[in-house]
Design a protein around this ligand. Structure first.
Ligand SMILES: NC(=O)c1ccc[n+]([C@@H]2O[C@H](COP(=O)([O-])OP(=O)(O)OC[C@H]3O[C@@H](n4cnc5c(N)ncnc54)[C@H](O)[C@@H]3O)[C@@H](O)[C@H]2O)c1
Length: 661
């Protein structure tokens, strides 16, 4: 019908006012009566049911005596006793409420039980009462049937009327909310506006004190694990997770409940975004992997970061990359005088410029195409800008690729850093922060080993007035070429998902979170420190793949997961610390300090010269051997010295595993 808006609770005053004046008077009265029925007024519902019982009794009498009313004394006695007995049994079976728009199978069963037990009591009363002697047995049966039919019928009618008068009945999506808190209230209010296209039919909450209440007329059930059962009773088109403050574990449980119930789901923005005023609670969105990993927002000492960056010139190398670009965005929030974004990728810088235009925040932003291994170019830039702080994120990072490009990994990651450090020193830079990686710990690949050499360089180099700090952490979600974008791409292309090993695990962190902690580490790090970010528990990549499948709305049976085998240099599990490293807490609970086990600088310099020299000899073996000398923990397949065999094998493996870290 779509006659009028049906807001917070059926039968509220607004509903009366919204009955369209132009409707025929009989229709208007019918609707008003229906609304009255659906109100939760117990006195009205009790009276109406008493009248129905009375009517059924008289009707049964008329049927029994050919539409005449003999033995009126007996009938009168029954007319007093029967409604009282029936109301008592209705009260016992909780049938004196008016939520008939939600009538279901359970109500029909309650009516049956109330009618049968009421008839038994009524029969007992009529045999005891002297005034009721001679009550016809057939009327017991007839009245029982008529009362049952009328009481069920009026409930059914109420439900039909309620359903038909709801706004947007034809087009509105029926939704169930997970959560019955503040966000749920806002959503219900928002969705009851005319034309919202949604109708909230129930809420589910784990809090037992909320279960059984109503929010603006919407019943609250629970716990959330009951979603499937609730959906069986009340069909919904979609579930909305209305818990903006949900932790990752809660989100995973909600998503599991939705998947178990086989219903599509979305969620509301996070509390942080709502508080920041970027979005409103009813701006629905897909559940993301970040929600499921849902790490708590990091608390950092903004003032100390502001003090370290405000008014300075900051250089970010690898600025167009995943970590570098986030560093640029966040650094601009702390009012640097000038931000120099340096990268060898021209296209990357082009896109970075577009993004930073929105972020500029009054700072002078310079974008420079430069290769950090190009000494002349870097010297020119550093003498032009004279940075006080450098964040060094430029590096090669793909493990399998670097296995077949060993010299390039060393040239870019190690020699690039060495040149940059010397020039930064010369130009009076005060702080240098290296972005390291968990792959630097007990490395089994060249990429990780070069990162470890970089850490050792920073810890061992004499300070000369420049504070050098390494920040070590595991994977960030969704970075270029990492496992998640690759799996997402495979899902989009309807290809099998490639996972190297069923047990492979990785640490994961949000890029925003990792970079916020890098900035904090920059303020607390002392010269030579290796600061390690708290990454939480490692996550199984296979579990991630399953989660991505579920989030994509596909069934796990539809998508094949193919195990491609560990690639060369790849570990099952990364570590964050060496065994010998002392883990020292810092002022930030999410950052730990290790001294970085400095080497004697003159010895390390000599070894680095030898490493550089080894790159001129054919093949990767001498380079690997030199790396092993500097980083004894580095493990690699010594028998793969035949370069042809090595490159063939690694390229082959890399291709098979779709090149993600
Ligand atoms: N992505 C992660 O999950 C992660 C986690 C921990 C540590 N890290 C480390 O952070 C660093 C950056 O990682 P990312 O994910 O941002 O990588 P990325 O590939 O997205 O970015 C690296 C950027 O550095 C640039 N670059 C490389 N060599 C350069 C050179 N010689 N001169 C100038 N620019 C150069 C590239 O063009 C690229 O834009 C790497 O050292 C990586 O090991 C990354």
């Amino acid at each position: 019908m779509g006659l009028f808006l049906l807001p917070d609770s059926l039968g509220s005053k607004q509903s009366f006012n919204l009955v369209r004046r132009e409707l025929p008077i009989t229709t208007r009265y019918l609707i008003r009566f229906s609304i009255l029925l659906l109100r939760q007024r117990t006195w009205f519902i009790t009276l109406l049911q008493a009248l129905i019982v009375l009517g059924s009794l008289v009707f049964a009498w008329l049927l029994r005596f050919d539409f005449s009313l003999p033995d009126r004394r007996v009938l009168l006695a029954a007319a007093v006793v029967l409604p009282l007995v029936r109301l008592a049994t209705f009260a016992k079976f909780n049938l004196l409420h008016g939520w008939w728009q939600y009538t279901g199978v359970s109500d029909a069963w309650d009516i049956t039980k109330a009618i049968l037990s009421g008839t038994a009591l009524f029969w007992a009363a009529m045999t005891i009462l002297p005034a009721a002697r001679g009550f016809p047995r057939s009327v017991f049966i007839l009245e029982m049937i008529l009362s049952g039919v009328f009481l069920s019928g009026i409930r059914l009618l109420s439900r039909v009327v309620a359903e038909s008068i709801r706004t947007d009945e034809a087009s509105g999506k029926k939704v169930i909310l997970i959560g019955a808190g503040f966000a749920a209230q806002m959503i219900i209010r928002e969705f009851t506006r005319q034309g919202s296209g949604y109708r909230v039919i129930a809420c589910l909450d784990d809090d037992p004190t909320k279960q059984g209440i109503r929010i603006q007329g919407v019943p609250v059930f629970g716990p959330v694990s009951q979603l499937k059962a609730v959906l069986r009773e009340r069909h919904a088109d979609e579930v909305l997770i209305a818990v903006p403050s949900a932790t990752g574990a809660q989100m995973r449980r909600f998503v599991d409940a939705c998947n178990h119930a086989n219903v599509s789901f979305r969620t509301v923005p996070t509390l942080r975004d709502i508080i920041a005023g970027h979005v409103t609670v009813s701006q629905l969105r897909e559940v993301s992997l970040e929600d499921l990993l849902g790490r708590e927002p990091v608390q950092i000492d903004l003032e100390s970061v502001q003090k370290g960056i405000a008014g300075t010139t900051v250089v970010v190398t690898g600025a167009a990359g995943s970590i570098g670009s986030e560093l640029c965005r966040q650094i601009l929030d702390y009012d640097p005088a000038r931000l120099v974004c340096l990268d060898q990728s021209e296209t990357g810088l082009f896109y970075l410029r577009l993004e930073l235009e929105r972020h500029q925040n009054g700072a002078q932003v310079e974008l420079r195409v430069a290769d950090v291994t190009d000494r002349e170019r870097v010297q020119y830039l550093l003498s032009e800008f004279k940075p006080e702080v450098i964040f060094h994120a430029a590096a090669y990072k793909h493990v399998p690729l670097m296995e077949s490009n060993v010299q390039e990994a060393v040239k870019n990651n190690v020699l690039g850093l060495l040149g940059l450090l010397d020039l930064a020193d010369q130009e009076g830079c005060r702080s240098f922060v290296l972005i390291s990686s968990d792959k630097a710990v007990n490395p089994t690949n060249v990429m990780g080993a070069t990162k470890r050499i970089c850490e050792l360089i920073l810890s061992s180099r004499p300070p000369n007035g420049m504070r050098c700090v390494s920040v070590r952490f595991g994977n960030v979600l969704g970075s270029n070429g990492s496992v998640i974008p690759v799996l997402k791409q495979q899902l989009r292309n309807h290809e099998p998902l490639t996972v190297t090993h069923p047990e492979i695990k990785r640490f994961f962190m949000m890029t925003r979170e990792a970079v916020a902690l890098v900035l904090q580490a920059f303020t607390i790090g002392r010269h030579g420190d290796v600061l390690v970010l708290d990454m939480g528990e490692p996550v199984r990549i296979l579990d991630l793949a399953h989660t991505l499948i579920r989030l994509s709305g596909k069934s796990e049976h539809d998508v094949e997961i193919r195990f491609t085998g560990l690639r060369e240099g790849e570990k099952l599990k990364e570590e964050l610390f060496y065994e010998h490293e002392k883990v020292i807490p810092t002022s930030c609970p999410k950052i730990k300090r290790t001294s970085g086990t400095p080497k004697e600088w003159s010895r390390l310099s000599r070894q680095l010269d030898e490493l550089r020299a080894s790159m001129n000899i054919d093949g990767a073996a001498p380079v690997r051997a030199k790396i092993k000398e500097i980083v004894p923990a580095y493990r690699y397949l010594e028998n793969l010295q035949e370069e042809n065999v090595s490159s063939l094998l690694t390229e082959n493996l890399a291709r098979r595993a779709s090149a993600h870290d």
